[in-house]
Design a protein around this ligand. Structure first.
Ligand code: MCA
Ligand code: AMP
Length: 483
């Protein structure tokens, strides 16, 4: 297929491409650096990328895609158990990392290639022999039970979703995006880095999100902001005491929120202070983007807009019958079909088969209604064992297993509860092995952070004498209460 990023060789060499803090690359430099690395890794089956929020990650992922090699982005804060699982499951032949980055033990046996973000050389390179269906990325995503699964995302899905968003958002090479999202998930990496580069525009990454950083970049010519609801909530909280932030946001062409629902209250506070309406889009690691409120459409807080071009979307009843009435009331599961979809879960044919209907619709597990004009409103989720915290999807089972590996824990159950900042926070219910000396909350949080990842740590821990169970011995999570 043709290059996913024609601007790497075609845009003026001096045109701004990516910036992280005070380090930046223009298209000429990015084309040279990614070209040099692509030549080095070409022929590899799969490479892991130590996905810190740096220029090196952008260069590494572009190089892999330009070489037609699948990239597996790794969360640099992943704990040893999670990292070990991802590495043994995806079996990359090398790991790409910034020079000087210290890599933890599970990566010790893997060949390492240091990314030279300032390598020089020709920008032109032979077109990769990869086809549209070849994998571009393998992104790990949590399920209700067991370890995360690797969603295999083909090149055509990346191209399709980015071009559909360009249509919905009137996104062009003139846009300058600002964000502070992590680069090991679809939101920050595919939309936030690959998106601007496919358009021939530029992105300024904040390293880590801050309202000051967003205001600074908008005052300095940035036109779009991408964030998860927690980030917009923090913006809404800051606005009353920071008129400069309101002014800066007022200059943006488009503010986009996704990864979880943005509460209507936060929509309203931002609009009241800035005159801007935040646009929501709805996606998933497995499907990339499905719907969005369009830049030229009617903004409507509490909805995720309409299906993107090329995406088929339907709601179905519990028994699989499609719901045909758009009455804003009848709730069904969202199923989607189209070129935006992943191909499979790596090494998990069972899970792949279960995720699709017989006629090829992907079951999202999200529950929604449709307004009479087709706007989609997400109202919930089928699985209560999936928690969305800070925009991260976290499986309760994964945390329960990690907690049970702690010597001080006899039984464990994990739930999510509403949190104004994070959307949901992780709550652990444990039966200590010894009630006279139970593990401290901090010890359990550290244990989960070290095994899995810091964002998966329980924020609240309750101690119980026993977990409520039904006659079959199954934990009744709805009966979990703290006295
Ligand atoms: C705290 N920390 C710890 C511990 N406690 N580290 C180790 N052990 C501990 N016990 C560290 C954390 O690593 C973090 O470090 C810092 O302390 C603060 O942690 P935390 O409180 O968790 O962070 P936060 O500031 O509350 O984070 C909020 C956030 C974050 C910035 C909004 O949740 C975030 O980046 N969310 C984005 C999620 C996302 O991109 N999802 C997309 C997937 P440090 O500060 O150094 O990091 S969904 C997707 O892709 C689909 C397709 C879609 O639709 O978009
Ligand atoms: P992930 O598996 O981490 O890619 O997260 C995908 C999930 O995030 C979806 O299945 C939805 O539940 C949720 N999600 C993404 N965008 C939105 C949105 N705008 N509103 C509500 N939920 C969303």
């Amino acid at each position: 297929m043709s290059s996913l990023f024609p601007a790497l060789t075609g845009a003026p060499a001096e045109r701004a491409a990516v910036r992280f803090g005070d380090r930046s690359l223009a298209y000429g430099e990015l084309g040279a650096a990614s070209g040099a690395l692509a030549a080095r890794i070409g022929g590899a089956a799969r490479v892991a990328v130590w996905a810190t929020p740096t220029l090196e990650t952008a260069v590494a992922v572009l190089a892999a895609l330009e070489a037609g090699v699948a990239a597996v982005p790794l969360n640099p804060k992943s704990g040893e158990k999670e990292l070990g699982h991802i590495l043994s499951d995806s079996a990359p032949s090398v790991v790409l990392a910034a020079p000087g980055d210290e890599l933890p033990a599970p990566l010790g046996d893997l060949e390492r290639v240091d990314v030279d973000a300032h390598a020089t050389g020709p920008r032109s390179r032979p077109a990769p022999e990869a086809s549209d269906e070849d994998p571009a990325l393998i992104v790990y995503t949590s399920g209700t039970t067991g370890p995360p699964k690797g969603a295999v995302i083909p090149r055509r899905a990346v191209a399709h979703t980015l071009d559909a968003l360009a249509d919905a958002w009137q996104w062009t090479g003139e846009d300058v995006l600002v964000h502070g999202l992590p680069l090991f998930h679809v939101h920050g990496l595919v939309l936030g880095i690959l998106g601007p580069l496919r358009r021939g525009g530029s992105v300024r990454h904040l390293g880590r999100f801050s309202t000051e950083g967003v205001a600074r970049e908008l005052n300095d010519g940035a036109t779009m902001v991408f964030g998860v609801p927690t980030m917009y909530h923090r913006i809404a909280q800051t606005l009353p005491e920071d008129p400069g932030l309101a002014q800066a946001l007022g200059k943006a062409r488009l503010l986009v929120s996704g990864s979880a629902a943005l509460p209507v209250h936060d929509h309203e506070r931002i609009t009241a202070a800035t005159g801007q309406r935040v646009v929501e889009r709805y996606g998933m690691t497995e499907t990339l983007m499905n719907t969005s409120v369009r830049a030229d459409g009617e903004p409507r807080a509490g909805t995720v807009g309409v299906p993107l071009p090329g995406v088929e979307l339907r709601l179905v009843e519990e028994d699989g019958t499609p719901i045909t009435s758009y009455d804003g009331e009848t709730v069904g599961e969202i199923q989607v079909r189209g070129p935006n979809l992943f191909t499979e879960y790596l090494n998990r044919p069972d899970a792949t088969t279960a995720a699709f209907t017989e006629d090829g619709w992907f079951r999202t597990g999200d529950m929604a209604v449709r307004d009479p004009d087709g706007y989609v409103r997400i109202v919930g989720r089928k699985a209560t064992d999936l928690i969305k915290s800070g925009g991260y999807k976290i499986g309760a089972g994964e945390i329960e297993n990690a907690l049970l590996e702690h010597a001080g824990v006899r039984e464990a159950a994990v739930t999510g509860e509403p949190d104004a900042d994070l959307g949901e926070r992780i709550v652990a219910w444990i039966v200590p092995a010894d009630h006279r000396s139970p593990p401290t909350d901090e010890e359990l949080a550290d244990h989960v952070a070290r095994r899995l990842a810091p964002h998966k740590r329980p924020r609240v821990v309750h101690h119980l004498a026993a977990l409520p169970r039904n006659d079959m011995g199954k934990i009744m999570k709805r009966a979990l209460r703290h006295d």
